[in-house]
Design a protein around this ligand. Sequence first.
Ligand code: DON
Length: 304
Amino acid sequence: MDYQKIIEEVYQEVQSENKRGKVADYIPELANVNPDQFGIGLVDLEGNVFGVGDYEVPFSIQSISKVHTLVMVFHVFKSKLWSRVNVEPSGNPFNSIAQLEFEKGVPRNPFINAGALVITDALCSKFENPIEQISAYINELSGKSCVRINSSVKESEKNHAERNTALAYFLKAYQNFENEVDQVLDVYFSHCAMEMSCLDLARSFSFLANDGYSIFANREIVSESHARRINALMLTCGFYDEAGEFAFRVGLPGKSGVGGGVAAVMPHKFSIAVWSPELNEKGNSVKAIRALELLTDKLSFSLF
Ligand code: DON
């Protein structure tokens, strides 16, 4: 399979269609990025790398980091985790608060903000320096030291933290939050403000395409059965209230972030990350989703 040729074709087609969206501005610092950037990085299971466009430019991974933190917690807490967070699609925006009250403080899934805050809280209970642990973990998954926290993005989000703060206090009101709200939010904003390139991000997701074994870390990260479950969660919940549409158009487990990145995996074949900052009204990258749709069409395979 000539992945390089295919991603170059995809890149050209997406650029010529030039579908536009709007960069995230509720985190003001994210509104300062050049909206024309666009890159695709793909890694196969032998570790061969393919890239086109801005695939080596670091960008704000935002909610994509929720996959890394979930994997860390999955490993440490195993099945105990599922009493604190569910595994159902939410059908609601990522920062919605309404459902949390109806469902008595147990978030629908680990990828909406409420669920990710529970995961970050669990990491704060486990580790003395959670953010160092998270960075080290992602670096290991990528096989190199590539993670950098953009402190301007972190501070920018911290200064506009009303919704996430409300979610955290709500969780605390339902005794589903063990640590101080400010401490957990600081760690959460730090991991959301991590920057990585498409290529490094694809490397860090590679184990999910490979039954849990990372060829970059040279070890099993999670069991094969855990890898399947994380992929199932990405497929059903990775795009919030657009998860059905992503499964319909692309058919791969994936996770988006408001920095405009999408990471996805084709089990037993490859991992991929696509980045373009302009988002649709659901907070997902317009060009990244289109690129992945064209990719699975050209490959004539997806999960289905
Ligand atoms: O908590 C937030 O709102 C952001 N740090 C992350 C949201 C996000 O990336 C949603 N994804 N599309």
